[in-house]
Design a protein around this ligand. Structure first.
Ligand code: ADP
Length: 297
């Protein structure tokens, strides 16, 4: 099974002609509310593809929390590990202007109350997981507890987003560490010119393997055995929101099925490409049986 440990947010989106300056009030479109957060996105993406998936997360005892639980269940995610209460559900307040530029305020809410104790209380979920997928929209000491509590033989996939300094003992169990260009540059501090250089330097920090996603260029995987590029199929990109989450979910699932890193990433770039062809995050994730871009090539 795949266990996603991470965030669940309600994305509150308003379209505006112009994003407000300090002290300014602007009128916007009707509000739309979408389930989001990197953990919730990954769990939905994996379950849609057919993965047996559970989510370990925390939401508030409120309407946004129920929206998130409903969307997880509709996708087929096991939500027994979703804890309720302690703070309002995490929210992202998003204003988008006609050019697509946005301003976002995130209130972590209940995500910030997912504690190391919550992880220790979920021993059974962890024991069932072949792969655990983690991101950084929950407290860092909770992330560290997952790394510590990982059963032997369970593989950890970590996407350090939003980027933050990672303890060595967390880095050491990542297999792989999954980063986009921005996250690679943050984790490295000083980065060379080529993604191959980033991968080599990231590996030197201790993870067992590394995946660098490169947007329309696809991805690059690296481990002790070497470095391989997986080009993404060409698609008409409509909205890249959630592409990285779809990619990581697909990768984690396929690794759990026993595929090699390059095989799993070759599948994941096609899932990522599919996710950019539709609007929104979870709305655009492909379903099992959908034909993916680049299939049969
Ligand atoms: P993030 O969304 O985390 O910034 P990327 O932009 O690197 O991550 O995208 C993740 C994956 O989504 C890529 O590896 C690729 O497979 C797919 N993808 C993203 N943008 C495009 C695009 N414009 N065309 C095709 N595939 C894309």
């Amino acid at each position: 099974d795949l266990l996603v440990v991470g965030s669940a947010n309600a994305d509150l989106v308003i379209g505006v002609e112009r994003r407000p300056a300090a002290g300014e009030t602007v009128l916007g479109s009707d509000l739309t509310v979408h389930p989001g957060g990197k953990g919730a996105n990954q769990a939905v993406a994996a379950a849609r593809l057919g993965a047996r998936t559970a989510l370990l997360a925390r939401v508030g005892d409120d309407a946004h929390g129920r929206l998130l639980l409903d969307s997880q269940r509709a996708a087929g995610v096991d939500t027994d590990g979703v804890l309720v209460g302690g703070a309002p559900t995490g929210v992202a307040l998003i204003t988008v202007d006609p050019s697509g530029d946005n301003s976002i305020v995130v209130s972590p809410g209940a995500n910030g109350r997912l504690t190391p104790g919550d992880i220790r209380g979920a021993r059974e979920l962890l024991a069932r997981a072949r792969v655990v997928s983690l991101q950084l929209e929950i407290p860092l000491d909770t992330v560290a507890e997952v790394a510590r509590a990982l059963p032997s033989g369970t593989r950890l996939v970590l996407n350090p987003s939003p980027p933050a300094p990672l303890p060595e003992d967390v880095l050491a169990v990542c297999d792989p560490l999954v980063v986009n260009e921005h996250e690679a540059r943050y984790v490295l501090g000083e980065a060379g010119d080529r993604p191959e250089d980033w991968a080599r330097d990231l590996l030197a920090l201790g993870p067992r393997s590394v995946v660098v996603t490169l947007g329309a260029e696809g991805a690059l995987v690296a481990d002790a055995g070497g470095c391989v590029r997986l080009p993404s199929p060409e698609v008409d990109a409509v909205d890249t929101t959630g592409a990285g989450d779809a990619f990581t979910a697909a990768l984690a699932w396929r690794l759990g099925l026993g595929e090699t890193l390059a095989e799993a990433a070759g599948f994941a770039v096609r899932v990522g490409a599919a996710a950019v062809t539709g609007r929104g995050a979870q709305e655009s994730f492909p379903r099992a049986g959908d034909s993916l871009p680049g299939e049969g090539e």
